[in-house]
Design a protein around this ligand. Sequence first.
Ligand SMILES: Cc1ncc(COP(=O)(O)O)c(C=O)c1O
Length: 366
Amino acid sequence: MIPIASPVVGDKELGLIKEVLKSGIIAQGPKVALFEKRFAQLCNTKFAIAVNSGTAALHCCTYALGIRQGDEVITVPFTFVATANSILMQGAKPVFVDICEETFNIDPSKIEAAITPNTKAIIAVNLYGQPADYNALREIAAKHNLRIIEDAAQSVGAEFNGEKSGSLGDIAAFSFYATKNLVTGEGGMITTNNPEFAELCKRFRHHGQSEKTRYEYFDLGYNYRMTDIMAAIGLAQLERLPTLTEIRQRNAQLLNEGLAGVKGIVTPKLMPNATHVYHQYTIRVTPEFPMTRDELAAYLKENGFGCGIYYPKPLHLHPHFQKLGYKLGDFPVSEKLAKEVLSLPVHPKVTPEQLHRLIGLIRGVK
Ligand SMILES: Cc1ncc(COP(=O)(O)O)c(C=O)c1O
């Protein structure tokens, strides 16, 4: 079975992990500091703050931006639950806005109708590895005095207008979970150019302590620290990232060409001013295709290809968010796409021969 995700790790990672274990410093230490420095360079930001998950990174973002009880934050229902939970964790309310059918990202034309006097920020998710439309988002944010959080969990290395993901909003959150383009097992990173936000994130990951004065608590915080063992893996992964991204993009191109013109299959649309790092290569299986999406997924699995559905149900249809008053019909594009999306293996371990076989299987469905 060709899995939907498979981390590329090897001797580079092992060598650095060994170094850490021998050093005796296995919690947050010099490797975390180096990983942060290199990651900030990658994103072209002044600061990068390492944490132990993408969820922790998002929570640091909502905290640092001063999101508190009574505030509202706009985001999409077509995302992983952590995006919206990072708003709830600060006692604020997630206000959902539907997505664009073509990009799977937030639809800027629908944002202004959702803004109230309580709105403080927008969390834009760069879903599947392609940035949202930050030109439109920045315009709206400037007009209404809102902050932008980039949920960059899936978009490490991507660009918009030639600017790096991680530098597109006021602050950004990355995930290094085991299936991501850059992995540390669990892990995450915050990037920002704002020194105040950076300091607040550092405090928040360390029980509200400043890094300068131990055992002095300025505010509520958590243990969100990354270990040097994780950072060792991250440093090795950073070296691999350009090559791994290139292979993902080449694989996606091969799939785009192979699936072009298949009736009922919509391949991912690349925006003209964005680069896509294909954390997922996600097609839409529309009613014109001879099989339903779920039948196609089962057929591909029977033939040795793992595939994924991200996400089978938009957030507003889960009991957790229905408590906020959301109901079926509120976000029709998200609801429709949740029934159509199918992610195919695009990761760097998939070979062109395997992709040709996958294309042949889909083209052969009658
Ligand atoms: C869009 C999005 N946001 C946030 C997260 C949360 O990251 P983590 O699983 O590292 O906590 C993920 C990861 O699955 C994600 O895909």
